[in-house]
Design a protein around this ligand. Structure first.
Ligand code: PXG
Length: 459
């Protein structure tokens, strides 16, 4: 291949990146041997890399660019706010219009009775805030022994010490001495990964009852909260059986445990409703949010707080000794508010629910008939495809995760970015994707599976 101008640029960036940049969740030696894919610009649902290749971004960045790339409204909101007030804090009896306006706007779209928000810069910080806020809430109610938070194996709640502890990812716990004290994990409602002796719905009830049993073993007087994603995202798009959430809600209510619904991925339209809690009919006490809050245009997160909880914090909590320099950052808040208004005014949520999600679910599920597919799943604008590891037995790809990695890499060669989680392929496209673009996405995914299948027979 002749060294065209874009490739020279790619190599230049890769060399600098290799020399100076340590990446998150990355085996640095493996990356350095290969070189980073440099993404240079984006528009709509497409990315371009430094080699000039166009990629359909079926992951919306990292599950976050819900309104798609290149939205002028968000650029203008950032620019205007940078000119007016680029920074001020929200400590020490101060606020500023962007933080206050965003808090009020969120109260309009969050579930009824959840009219307060605490701002953070990320989903991880939101979950760290949950740990401290839930414990502080119970202490303020005169019950300082209610300290334990229960979450689930194979959950993802972030990468800070608290977030990673709440998460249930064994490789993360193995690094850095996690989990921190007072966090307990129960099994996830992952029917496919179970022994499948129970049918899906009976399994859902059984997994919810695992929470009940754990609370009773610990004593409800020691348990502060249960924390879970409506649908596990980074865990592989694990959609719980329909029986699961109603049972969880009942158990938390009956035992006086705060229900924390982590909306970092499912919030802001991902399931075709504003929040995953709306989709499943949940009444959370706390909701960590991030990602789609600003569609990734600015780093911002928060914890949405039920009024009954906020009332206790306000009336009996005294000073909550917690916060970040950039809690409620004015530029991030201005962009998030513009993003929420844009979703509302363009009817993106209703469009996702009525048109895009049904089309994605119909087309994505067609992949379930491919010989390499073991289970196909999804809801809203989330799709997962469990690859059949049996098909890789006796080949170079029999190691756990190898088939997923192969398909993920082939996807890029076929012009589409998907994520692999173990041996599952997952997608989470921008809400603005069209039906024709979904068709293109599924056609490319099928080509990837065909090519992977021929690699298996050839190896
Ligand atoms: N909760 C959930 C449910 C998440 O998915 C976080 C909290 C943490 O958010 P921050 O903003 O601190 O990253 C997340 C983040 C992946 C991947 O590879 C997923 C996330 C982050 C990075 C990578 O799927 N989710």
């Amino acid at each position: 291949m002749t060294a065209t101008a874009p490739n020279v640029a790619a190599e230049h960036w890769q060399a600098l990146d290799r020399r100076h940049h340590l990446h998150p969740f990355t085996d640095a030696a493996a990356l350095n041997a290969r070189g980073s894919r440099m993404i240079t610009h984006a528009e709509g649902v497409y990315l371009w890399d430094a080699e000039g290749r166009r990629l359909l971004d079926a992951m919306a960045g990292l599950w976050c660019v819900n309104v798609g790339y290149g939205r002028r409204e968000l650029v203008e909101a950032a620019t205007a706010q940078l000119e007016k007030l680029p920074y001020y804090n929200t400590f020490f009896q101060c606020s500023h219009p962007p933080a206050t306006e965003l808090a009020a706007l969120l109260a309009e779209i969050t579930p009824a009775g959840m009219d307060h928000v605490f701002f953070t810069n990320s989903g991880s910080e939101a979950n760290d805030t949950v740990i401290r806020m839930a414990r502080h809430y119970w202490a303020a109610r005169g019950r300082p022994d209610k300290q334990v938070l229960i979450s689930r194996r194979n959950a993802y709640h972030g990468s800070t010490m608290g977030g990673a502890s709440l998460g249930g990812m064994a490789p993360m716990h193995a690094q850095g001495g996690l989990p921190i004290a007072g966090i307990e994990h129960i099994d996830e409602p992952n029917w496919f990964a179970s022994d499948r002796r129970l049918d899906r719905e009976a399994f859902g009830v059984e997994m919810a009852r695992a929470l009940e049993r754990r609370i009773d073993a610990l004593g409800a007087e020691h348990v502060a909260a249960f924390v879970a994603e409506p649908v596990q995202g980074a865990g592989g798009v694990i959609v719980p059986p329909d029986s699961y959430w109603p049972e969880i809600q009942r158990i938390c209510r009956e035992r006086d445990i705060l229900l924390v619904v982590d909306e970092v991925i499912c919030g802001f339209g991902r399931l075709g409703q504003w929040f995953g809690s709306d989709y499943y009919g949940l009444e959370p006490d706390l909701m960590p949010i991030a990602k789609g809050l600003s569609s990734g245009y600015q780093p911002i997160g928060g914890v949405v707080v039920r009024d009954t909880v906020a009332d206790v914090l306000v009336d009996a909590g005294g000073e909550f000794c917690h916060g970040f320099t950039y809690s409620g950052h004015p530029v991030a808040c201005a962009v998030a508010a513009a993003n929420v208004r844009l979703m509302r005014d363009e009817g993106l949520i209703a469009r996702a629910r009525d048109e895009i999600a049904p089309h994605l679910q119909r087309r994505w599920r067609e992949l379930g008939s491919h010989p390499l597919a073991a289970e196909v799943r999804g809801v809203g604008l989330l799709g997962g495809l469990e690859l059949d590891r049996e098909a890789a037995q006796g080949t170079h790809y029999e190691r756990a995760g190898a088939l997923g990695t192969l398909c993920r890499d082939l996807a890029v060669e076929h012009g589409v970015v998907m994520r692999s989680v173990g041996d599952a392929l997952v997608v989470s496209p921008p809400l603005v994707i069209t039906c024709a673009q979904i068709d293109d996405l599924v056609d490319r995914a099928r080509m990837v599976l065909d090519e992977a299948a021929s690699r298996l027979t050839g190896s």
